[in-house]
Design a protein. Structure first.
Length: 363
């Protein structure tokens, strides 16, 4: 099986390393070797600590994904364009795709799903939400015979680290952000994290799988944590709560459709989510038959994300060998509940309100 890799940054380098270190085990699981056909990068002259020769690198991503010898395309570049064009070309050429691109999947995932279905190939994106935490596949496969009522969780490690430090040390938002930046948890420009864009994209993907409907980033009500103060944290503590940035997707109890939102909320300290510290993620799923399920672990970083990418690649790889599509393929998401979406107004459940000194209770 020949694999084309798009991107060789932190995650891409870990994918290459794991692919080489675990070659024998992967061959046993897949049924034949997984070999790199090529790695598309922006610049060829950049030094990279990866165990492959320079002949595998190319700047022609569009050409790489449509090569006849490529069976699977793995994308860890991120962003919308030109990545969308590359993945659509790969799917159109009959290549299965494994992607960690939450922004693209949240904004235009339906186009990729349709392209995969039309070509009869697989589309997997296990690494797009919560890193190595096995979350999307249980939603798509293990709970396929159940009815999910609600998905609730912490899906952004940067904001959780900031709120944890504010709660444990009494630091201000600015001080906690500076600490997160110094430790590498926050980017130089942390807007996507602290304003909730990253969590909103993940919430849209979770809602797509949990409720079998098309949800985009624009359907998600979003509030960041920039307005949270040390006084808010102290008030929450006095009430027996802690403040967490939550992603919530749930069926509406008032009318057909689902509500998807991201915002800071008070979580009682007795709730398991209250004990999720620093850069860890945790997601609760509430289903009618299965009850409450919790998934916990590291939600970001090169190794965890690469682990999820490699797991998805192993799931996809046997299908071309056997001439079939995966039974639990991501592309099988059906539009069963194309209901009305509400951008937060009037939705059930607590949310942060800037005119309030403390957030309402949640969880």
């Amino acid at each position: 099986m020949k694999v084309a890799l798009l991107g060789c940054g932190v995650v891409g380098s870990e994918v290459v390393r794991l692919l080489r270190e675990q070659a024998d085990d992967l061959t046993a699981r897949v049924g034949e070797p997984l070999d790199l056909a090529g790695i598309a990068v922006r610049r060829l002259d950049r030094a990279r600590d990866v165990p492959v020769g320079p002949e595998l690198f190319t700047t022609d991503a569009a050409g790489l994904v449509t090569r006849d010898d490529v069976d699977i395309v793995v994308e860890v570049v991120g962003g919308i364009e030109p990545v969308r064009g590359w993945l659509l070309a790969a799917l159109g050429a009959g290549k299965s795709v494994v992607s960690a691109n939450k922004a693209l999947l949240a904004s235009d995932g339906s186009t990729l799903h349709d392209a995969a279905a039309a070509a009869g190939v697989d589309l997997y994106y296990e690494a797009a939400v919560a890193g190595a935490i096995p979350l999307l596949r249980p939603l798509r496969e293990s709970l396929a015979g159940d009815r999910v009522r609600r998905v609730l969780g912490i899906v952004n490690g940067t904001t959780n680290y900031i709120l944890t430090r504010m709660d444990e040390t009494g630091a201000s938002f600015t001080e906690a952000l500076e600490e997160a930046t110094a430790l590498g948890y926050a980017e130089a420009d942390p807007t996507a994290d602290i304003d909730g864009y990253d969590a909103a994209a993940k919430a849209a993907i979770l809602a797509q799988l949990a409720f079998h409907t098309r949800v985009t980033l624009g359907d998600v009500h979003r509030e960041g944590i920039g307005a949270v103060t040390a006084a808010d944290i102290a008030s929450a503590r006095a009430m027996g709560c802690t403040v967490k940035a939550l992603a919530i997707a749930e069926r509406s109890s008032e009318r057909p459709g689902v509500s998807v939102r991201v915002h800071p909320a008070m979580v009682p300290r007795s709730h398991p989510l209250a004990s999720v510290r620093e850069a860890f993620n945790a997601v609760f799923i509430e289903a009618e038959a299965a009850g409450q399920l919790m998934f916990y672990g590291r939600g970001a970083g090169g190794s965890p994300t690469a682990s999820a990418v490699l797991g998805a690649r192993v799931a996809v790889a046997p299908n071309p060998v056997a001439g079939r599509r995966g039974a639990g393929r991501s592309g099988a998401v059906a539009v069963q509940e194309r209901g009305r979406f509400r951008n937060g107004a009037g939705t059930r459940g607590p949310r942060w309100r800037r005119r309030r000194r403390t957030p309402r209770r949640s969880a």
